[in-house]
Design a protein around this ligand. Sequence first.
Ligand SMILES: O=C(O)c1cccc(C(=O)CC[C@H]2O[C@@H](n3cnc4c(=O)[nH]cnc43)[C@H](O)[C@@H]2O)c1
Length: 226
Amino acid sequence: MTVERTDEQSGPAAGLLVVVAVEAEAEAVRRGLGPGSGAGVLAAGVGPAAAAAGTAVALARGRYRLVLSAGIAGGFAPAAPLGSLVVADAVVAADLGAETPDGFADVTELGFGAVRHPVPPGLVAALAGACGGAVGEVLTVSTVTGSAERAGALRKRHPRALAEAMEGFGTAEAAARFGLAAGELRAVSNAVGPRDRASWRIGEALAALERAFAALPPLPHLLKEV
Ligand SMILES: O=C(O)c1cccc(C(=O)CC[C@H]2O[C@@H](n3cnc4c(=O)[nH]cnc43)[C@H](O)[C@@H]2O)c1
């Protein structure tokens, strides 16, 4: 696993680490950031475990002050349509828990762990103000939702959720171990609900992700907010 920086590794403290799942997302982020941003961009793999492991290794090896989970996501209709951007004000593990006779119980209800990482409000405002993204919860799931029933159950349990993806909570958990804030910025490639591969708009979502990173304020401005 390597963290590719968009400029010299040996320069001043990098500051920003952007963690995505796959190389196509990393390329979109790098194009948006442009040369000389100094940010680290890591394609850590799909899912919360890969994201947590990759983020932790990168943070142990590099000098970072802020972490962003980024990439494509499923959007909850109608708030997060295809091609739109979503900025998390909380990163929430939505399927970390147990099935009980009374329904799903998250790990905090079972008496241990955490399922939620709030994002510093100033960081949320700076990100959303810059890219025009909608603000709300972004869920992290280990299984992509593929039915209206599951989508409805998630929305019932998380009425403020705008999107689901698979890495944010892992990235935020790792960042927290290093005492760092983490945000999440997602571009919607598909609707959360019944599986319909023909309707995915991955190219549009990657283009929106690139535009979002091109619009980000300079790093010192973001760092003031955390
Ligand atoms: O096979 C399917 O039905 C299916 C539907 C949506 C996404 C996938 C993926 O394997 C992509 C996972 C990858 O992309 C992010 N992502 C994008 N859309 C979603 C989603 O609706 N729910 C969860 N994750 C999504 C995710 O963060 C992964 O990196 C397959």
